[in-house]
Design a protein. Sequence first.
Length: 526
Amino acid sequence: MVQPILIDGRWQAANDCGTFQAYNPQTGEALTEVYPLSTWTDCDRALSAAHDAFTLLRHIEPRRLGDFLETFAEHIEQRADELVSMAHIETALPESPRLAEVELPRTTGQLRQAAAATSDGSWAMPTIDTKAGIRSCLLPLGPIVVLGPNNFPLAFNSISGGDFAAAIAAGNPVIAKANSSHPATTRMLAEEALAAVQSVGLPPATVQLLYRTAHEDGCRLVADPRVGATAYTGSRTSGLRLKAAAEKAGKPIYLELSSINPVIILPGAIHQRGSRIAESLTDSCLLGTGQFCTNPGMIVLLAGEATERFIDELVDRFKSRPHGTLLSAGVARSLGESILAIVGAGASVLAGGRADSNRGYHYENTLLRVAAGRFLENSRAFQTEAFGNANLIVVAQDVDQLQQLIERLEGNLTGCFYSDTSGADDALYDRLEPWLRGRVGRLLNDKPPTGVAVSPAMNHGGPFPSTGHPGFTAVGLPAALRRFAMLACYDNVRPERLPPPLGDKNPTGRMWRQIDGTWSRDDVPA
C-alpha cells in the first residue's frame, strides 16, 4: 500500500508517477512503508488549497495561530515515544539522549516560542509616524514551501521544525515536502499537525504534506505565483537549482547549503590547554557522526613543535573513537567523494579515509592534513564540505600566511578562535578577528561550534554559500519569522481600516511599537 499525501485537510491518494522507500541506516535494508513520488497535479492542488487558506488566515487572530502551535506541541509530546522510536529507525540517531532528551524537547520548545511571538506581535515591528500619517508593519507573505534536511528528523522537520514554526507564526500556511530519509516520522508529525489544525479550527490547508517530487516539479513549485517564499536546508547542488528557479520568478528563497565552520587555534591556547581542546574538538567533530551543519570541518593552526604534538593527540583520539552510523547511502557516498576530492587536491590522510564494509552506512573517522601554502593554491577544492565524521587540518607557517588563509575562506555558519585566557594571544586575535568576522554568521570564542541554541540572539545563518542570504536566521525567534513576511505601509489610511498592530490602541498590551521614533507598549497618544 502506498501512503497517502495530505492535501486540504484530507489524507488522499497521490497522483504518483513512482514510489520510494526509506532505509534503515544501521543495516542498509529497506523499510516496509511505500511512499509516492507526486506529479505536478498534486503540487497544483496543494498550491490552490494553500492560496485559499491564506485568504482565510489573514482574518484570523494571531492568538489562534499561537493556540495551534501550543496544541501541536502537546500532541507531539503525547506521541513522543513513538516518534522517537521511528526517527531512530529511519536515521540511526540515538534514541537517548539525542532524540528523546535533546531534539524532541527542542522541537516543542521552538513551537511554543513561536506561539509566544505571534501572540505578542512585536515581531511585526509596527512603526507609526503620527505627523506624516504613515504607519507600517510586517504582514504574512503567502503560502510557504518548507523542505527539511535529513539530519534533524524532528527539530528541522519540514512539518514541525523551526522553519515550519516561524512560517505559521507569521500567519502563513505551509506546504511541507518530506525528506526522503525519514518519511514515516514526517507522516506521524503531519497526523498530529492536522489534528491540532482541526482542534483549533484553522483552515484545513494550513498544513499540507507531499513526500517527493521530480526535480523539475520542485523547481516549478518554488517559482509558482501562489507561493510566498521557500525555506530549504540540504545539499548545495539541489539548493542552488531551486534558488535559480525561485529567483528567476522573483520569489524569496531562504537556503542553508553548506559550511565547513573553521576553528582557528592560536599558539597560546595550545600551550595552555592543548589536551583539553583536543578532547573537546574531537567530541564536537564526531558528535552525531559529524552530521551537523555546524560541525567543525577545518582546524587551522600555526606551525611549531607544540602544534605537532597537538596534531598527534588529535590523530590518536580520532583513531580510538568508534565511528557512528551515517544517515543514508547518499550521505556515505557524498562523504567518500568529498574526502577523495580533498586528498586529490593534495591533502594527506592522518587517520581513517576509508568506508567501513560492514552492513549499513559507515565511514572511518577521518583526519586529513594540508599545508596552508598548498591550501592557498587551490582554496576552493580544500573547502569542499565533507559532511560526516571527517576533518581537515591546515597548518600555516606564519601569521601572514594564516591571515591570507582566512581571507580566502568562503562564507560559513560559524567560525571559532581558541586563544590563551591570560591574554598571550590577544594581539594576534585582534589582527585576525576582523577577517573572520565578515565570513561567518556566528563567531565563537573558546568553545566548539556544534549545536545551535534556540535563543532570540542566535544567528543560524551566514554569508554565501553557507546560506542564500546573510541577513536572516533560521533559528532564533522572533527574527526567524521575518523571513516570511512583507513590509506593508499605510499612508493616510482611515483608522478603522488599519490592521490591529497599527491602530491607536495596542492590540495585545504587550506589543512593542515604534511611535514617533520611540519604542513603546503604550497606546498612541491622543
